[in-house]
Design a protein around this ligand. Structure first.
Ligand SMILES: [Ca+2]
Ligand SMILES: [Ca+2]
Ligand SMILES: [Ca+2]
Length: 233
């Protein structure tokens, strides 16, 4: 009878070990897979900041912005822009996670931004040459859209980096190339890129560095390269 006590203790010990072991694996199995860091998406048309795309219209003849917020609530109607050649260049310029109404005025190279975070409208001259095309993007990856121009006449990219206010100037492209910036290498920074309609060549300068990417993709006369971010030519 005296031997029973150690047996009970040993049994209890084994049960506890098994229980702890099982719990350990159960918890491990239940643990959610490693979540990817959600990158800011300053290109999203997301005026209410719920990370869902909103239906939105820019009515060019009146310069009216008509937004149906995905989070519900009242539709937004706001006049911003409206000069005959104004191009809508919406994006998150102030980095608050909400899209800002913005237009580029080709005649004077003016960018006119209505920050969603409130405060004074932003006016900035950036571009204005006849062949300039606005190519807004987040080239430095700080979550704010950078003013940027592709100067088709010279194939030059002129980017005003929002992070440090420096100008990034880069020759990349030929006169008939179409700018197709986007985050091709997935590092959260917009990459400089052009599409060459004549031969369907894609020429990408990865923001992560390394060798440029060259790839033939398209090239038929009616091909239209789909751009990774909203661009208006
Ligand atoms: Ca914003
Ligand atoms: Ca930026
Ligand atoms: Ca990139």
């Amino acid at each position: 009878m005296k031997k029973k006590k150690p047996i009970i203790i040993i049994s209890l010990f084994i049960i506890i070990v098994i229980a702890v072991w099982s719990a350990y694996f159960y918890i491990l199995r239940k643990e959610p897979p490693t979540q990817k860091i959600i990158k800011k998406t300053p290109f999203l048309i997301d005026f209410d900041g719920d990370r869902k795309t909103d239906m939105a219209i820019y009515r060019a003849d009146t310069g009216s912005w008509l937004i149906n917020p995905s989070s519900g609530g009242q539709p937004i109607s706001k006049g911003w822009g409206g000069e005959p050649k104004d191009l809508p260049v919406p994006g998150d310029y102030d980095g608050d996670g909400k899209t800002d109404m913005a237009v580029y005025r080709p005649g004077n190279g003016g960018w006119y931004i209505l920050p969603s975070s409130g405060g004074q409208p932003i006016s900035k001259g950036w571009g204005g040459e006849p062949t300039d095309k606005p190519v807004p993007g987040d080239y430095d990856g700080d979550g704010k859209i950078d003013f940027a121009i592709y100067r088709a006449s010279t194939g030059n990219w002129l980017i005003l980096l929002s992070f440090n206010g420096q100008t990034l100037a880069k020759a990349w492209g030929e006169s008939k190339d179409q700018p197709v910036p986007g985050d091709y290498d997935g590092d959260g920074k917009t990459d400089i890129a052009v599409y060459r309609p004549g031969n369907g060549g894609w020429f990408i300068l990865p923001s992560t560095g390394g060798q440029p990417i060259t790839k033939g993709w398209g090239g038929e006369p009616t091909d239209i390269p789909l751009k990774a971010i909203a661009l208006f030519e």
